[in-house]
Design a protein around this ligand. Structure first.
Ligand code: G1P
Ligand code: ZN
Length: 540
């Protein structure tokens, strides 16, 4: 059935799809407009196969019914849907690739809270299993400006609880177990027999799924297939509002896990995932692993997992991620690429076979097994390293720093700033960048400063305006950029790093080690002074 409609005023999907307040998505016609614009932008879906699923958040199952009826009315041949409309983001990426689908829609707002008053999102992934590149998101944006009708079948809802094939207005709807294919892929990449022995020998872990999508995956993989004690996975049931948790795996939001890992009864290993399962935080007994360090350790020790026993083609990190992995790449004599923020920039490098591992400071690590970051994969990588080396997380980190030196790292987020203020802070600093070289700020001398731009080595596309960088004397760096994923005001992110070669000063607290850079940036950009804030809202 054709429904005439009006443009939705240029809703632009960002690096992670379109994210809005759930009630906005529930406005009659809103979701329909965005989905039709997506279908139009990719040349229609007639005869195509699509994968569909999400992180279990509020409105996900209802949205899936709408999308299925629209896919049918637009002539799609087949939709492969996770049972209950559940699919983690890495599992969706895998399913698109495994089944040779033309693309997929992921219903999630990632690590943002869920519920009627929180966030919802829709993301389109392409046939390689990865997020739509900029050309596609631009085309979707353009389509939202012109749309005049959407097509939706007038048919009853599909039973998303029953695995098997059903029919919807000429389209086959195949409801699949959301976990099985993904868990099978993990069995190919990792030595499950060795990991089973690890748990059998008494190794203890706490895997916090934060009431979001990784619960069923983690229970199947760790408790059922690897024999970890029942209860190893906590907050294991996906809930529409994540039980009120903010499913963002960082020390601030995963504070229950942090407390457990820093306490006297801490297990050997701890990890948390985000809402849709692509992010991870890694902890050991009494120790937190910064995501930049995690990427570097995974690169250095990748051979511990059979899927990477042959070595790595290369590695990639987003620009604001620390240079810790660069030093590993240098030692391994493999290339290291520096890309703008956002997983989509890794896609071409992975497709071209130039890199095997990649990661971001924002708790994302992954490899060429899918085209998304993958939280549980990172957990299995760490467990493999611990099993092969027989070391604790703290010992693995200490060894790594002793070998490569330590890069102190932290990200400071100033959230919900007035948009105009955040843009002015950035614009003022941008205007002064060129003149900063040679100047001292709070006693620290600037070597050079620039705005990061990236030329994709595979397709030559250029992305400008990807963050302001200030390099200081002595191997220190600060980066400032505005978030592209927030739903309220502007979020200014300040990324700080400082390299200390060799074992000296290794036990220092990162905030203390970074204090001179924090002071220098405040002197240059005046974030606290101009915003009236006493400090950042979130420190990771
Ligand atoms: C944030 C992270 C970025 C990540 C993205 C999607 O984007 O910083 O690394 O790829 O979420 O998970 P930002 O809000 O900074 O634009
Ligand atoms: Zn996510």
């Amino acid at each position: 059935m054709r429904h005439s409609t009006h443009p939705i005023l240029g809703q632009k999907p960002g690096t992670s799809g379109l994210r809005k307040k759930t009630r906005v998505f529930m406005t009659p016609g809103y979701l329909e407009n965005f989905v039709q614009a997506t279908f139009d932008a990719i040349g229609g879906v007639a005869g195509k196969t699509l994968v569909l699923g999400g992180d279990g958040r509020y409105f996900g199952a209802e949205a899936a019914q709408v999308i299925l009826k629209m896919a049918a009315a637009n002539g799609a041949a087949r939709a492969i849907v996770g049972q209950g409309a559940w699919l983690s983001t890495p599992a969706a990426s895998h399913l698109i690739r495994l089944r040779g689908a033309d693309g997929g829609l992921i219903l999630s707002a990632s690590h943002n809270p869920g519920g009627p008053d929180e966030d919802f999102g829709v993301k389109y992934n392409i046939a390689n299993g990865g997020p739509a590149p900029e050309a596609v998101t631009e085309a979707i944006f353009a389509a939202t400006l012109e749309i005049s009708e959407y097509r939706k079948a007038n048919a009853p809802d599909i039973n998303l609880g029953a695995v098997g094939e059903q029919h919807l207005a000429g389209m086959v709807v195949e409801v699949v177990d959301p976990v099985a294919a993904y868990a099978d892929l993990m069995e190919v990449l990792f030595d499950f027999k060795m990991l089973r022995s690890l748990f059998h020998a008494g190794f203890t872990a706490r895997i916090d799924s934060m009431n979001a999508i990784t619960g069923p995956y983690a229970v199947e993989i760790f408790e059922r297939r690897l024999g970890a004690a029942p209860g190893t996975v906590v907050h294991a049931t996906p809930l529409p509002d994540f039980g009120g948790m903010h499913p963002d795996p960082n020390p601030t939001w995963a504070h229950e896990l942090m407390a457990a890992m820093m306490g006297p009864q801490a297990p050997d290993f701890g990890a948390a995932s985000d809402g849709d399962g692509d992010r991870n935080m890694i902890l050991g007994r009494g120790v937190y692993v910064s995501p930049s360090d995690s990427l570097a350790v995974l690169a250095a020790e990748a051979r511990c997992a059979p899927g990477y026993a042959h070595g790595l083609m290369g590695v990639a990190r987003s620009m604001p991620t620390s240079a810790a992995v660069d030093r590993v790449a240098q030692a391994l004599c493999i290339p290291c690429y520096e890309t703008p923020t956002g997983w989509k920039f890794f896609g071409n490098l992975l497709d071209a076979g130039r890199v095997t591992l990649c990661g971001e400071e924002s708790f994302g690590t992954g490899s060429d097994h899918v085209r998304e970051k993958d939280g549980l994969w990172a957990v299995l990588m760490w467990l493999s390293i611990l099993a092969v080396t027989g070391r604790s997380v703290a010992e693995v980190l200490a060894d790594h720093w002793a070998r490569f030196g330590r890069t102190y790292y932290s990200r400071h987020d100033y959230e919900a700033l007035p948009v105009a203020l955040a843009e002015t802070i950035m614009a003022d600093l941008r205007a002064r960048l060129a003149g900063l070289a040679g100047q001292a700020a709070a006693g620290l001398v600037v070597i050079r400063a620039d705005e990061f731009a990236y030329t994709d080595p595979v397709d030559g596309s250029v992305s400008t305006g990807q963050g302001l960088r200030i390099f200081f004397e002595g191997g220190a760096r600060a980066v400032l950029r505005l978030s592209g994923t927030g739903t309220e005001g502007a979020t200014l992110r300040l990324y700080l790093e400082r390299y200390v070669p060799g074992p000296e000063g290794l036990a220092q607290d990162p905030q203390a080690a970074l204090a001179p850079i924090i002071d220098a940036v405040e002197a240059l950009a005046g974030i606290c002074q101009r915003s009236g804030r006493a400090g950042p809202d979130v420190v990771t």
